[in-house]
Write a protein that binds this ligand. Sequence first.
Ligand SMILES: [Zn+2]
Length: 158
Amino acid sequence: MKTKALTELIRSAWCECPPPDQDNIIEHQCLECHRVRDDFRNKRPEDIPSEVLEYHSDSLPFFSANAKRYYYPAYLLHAISDVERRGDSNVTMFLLFDLGSDHRHDPDGGFTQNQIEAVLSFLNFVTEHDDLDDWSDEVELATSKWRALLQQSPAGNT
Ligand SMILES: [Zn+2]
């Protein structure tokens, strides 16, 4: 899939995603988690600057499930541009680790089928652009997790 089509797929899959409760962006109280809260609170995914995403490349585990779902597009779109220019951003690496985990993949109401299919398309995109096969294990694991989520997703929940 071309970058533009994938970008559109992600934007449209998330366009109606409810924002997290602004008092429930993180699940833990410490300096690291507070930094996540302060950098993301009251912001839309498209408003998060690249430098902030790079700073928080390994912060996905700190988000609540609803906040993680809401901010995934910021990480996905950042990773797409990284993969496309054959970069090696930590954002891509930690996003792949997160997608391959079961960690807080249970936001209220779950992921929609369109969101899950967009994540699967992203994973396929990484494979298509992964000349060095750097990410094959991570992508394979994440693909199996998200295929399983697709099967659990109630029909009609698009
Ligand atoms: Zn913490």
